[in-house]
Write a protein that binds this ligand. Structure first.
Ligand SMILES: C[S@@+](CC[C@H](N)C(=O)[O-])C[C@H]1O[C@@H](n2cnc3c(N)ncnc32)[C@H](O)[C@@H]1O
Length: 268
């Protein structure tokens, strides 16, 4: 989803990498483990097990997962992101395997079968048809008994809860914000974020003001955050896709600043 948009965002994130190269571990792992440590806990004994970071982007979480002794491979739909994820893992002294794939085509893009697939962007799928195609792709790339772990609406959530989440998500951040500015040689980029709320989704408009050789130009990328996925819908889609079990697991004190968070775990 949003392939071109993600490539634009990744391109400018890579441009400003000097700003995050020394801090990304803290951001992704923190002092409390975050989702990489939660993945390790779900796997139990990780020995001999292989994890796929299926929305790896520039590979930041993939690198962190490797550093906590997970055997991990990364994939993403974006060729640019995969090229840079390889470069990042080389820079960090442990070259990892990455490949390009859309979730729906995973079984035709790799011969590997994974013990666990992690996805931090599954809930940003916009249509039910795309969601079901993605689930089929994941099921095909999982070993029997393997897990698909994703961030999403928790167990028992209703359409009414989804509206409360929309409200809270909308209120949590300003409608317009300046994200960062970075200069490299004679190129300077300033990233702005503008948010737009509709009935059951929020559009995030990423605006990049690029100044180069005395000229200014604007690049944009819009990522839609749907807020309508709720538990009954998820259960139904996972059941139809052939997953035997779906549950929400809570990770107490492992989030940013020691906060709690949940992950959904579907078993093939
Ligand atoms: C939130 S970003 C990932 C951030 C990354 N996990 C990190 O922690 O730095 C979501 C990623 O999912 C990828 N993505 C979205 N839909 C996809 C699809 N259908 N197939 C493969 N990748 C997809 C995007 O290209 C993007 O790189």
């Amino acid at each position: 989803m949003h392939k071109k948009e993600w490539e634009t965002i990744h391109r400018w994130e890579w441009f400003r990498r000097e700003q995050w190269l020394h801090t990304f571990r803290q951001e992704k792992f923190g002092s409390y483990g975050g989702s990489p440590a939660a993945v390790k806990r779900i796997l139990g004994d990780a020995g001999g097990k292989v994890v796929l970071d299926a929305s790896c982007g520039l590979g930041l979480k993939t690198v962190v997962m490797h550093e906590i002794a997970l055997d991990v491979v990364g994939c993403d739909q974006s060729e640019f992101a995969i090229e840079k994820a390889r470069e990042l893992s080389r820079l960090e002294q442990h070259p990892l395997e990455f490949f390009t794939a859309r979730w729906r085509e995973l079984p035709s893009r790799t011969k590997m079968q994974f013990d666990l697939i992690f996805n931090d962007a599954l809930s940003s799928i916009v249509t039910r048809e795309d969601f079901e195609l993605a689930l089929n792709g994941f099921r095909g790339a999982l070993k029997s008994g393997g897990y698909l772990v994703f961030m999403g609406a928790p167990e028992g959530s209703t359409p009414h809860d989804a509206l409360a989440v929309l409200e809270a998500t909308w209120e949590a951040r300003p409608k317009f914000s300046i994200q960062w500015t970075h200069t490299e040689g004679d190129m300077r980029c300033t990233a702005l974020l503008a948010r737009d709320r509709r009935e059951d989704y929020i559009d995030e408009h990423h605006l990049f003001i690029v100044e180069e050789g005395g000229e200014q130009r604007l690049e944009t990328a819009t990522i839609r955050q749907p807020i309508y996925w709720h538990w009954a819908l998820l259960k139904d889609m996972f059941h139809r896709a052939g997953f035997s079990h779906l549950e929400t697991r809570e990770f107490c004190g492992m989030g940013k600043g020691g906060t709690d968070f949940t992950l959904n775990v579907a078993t093939k």
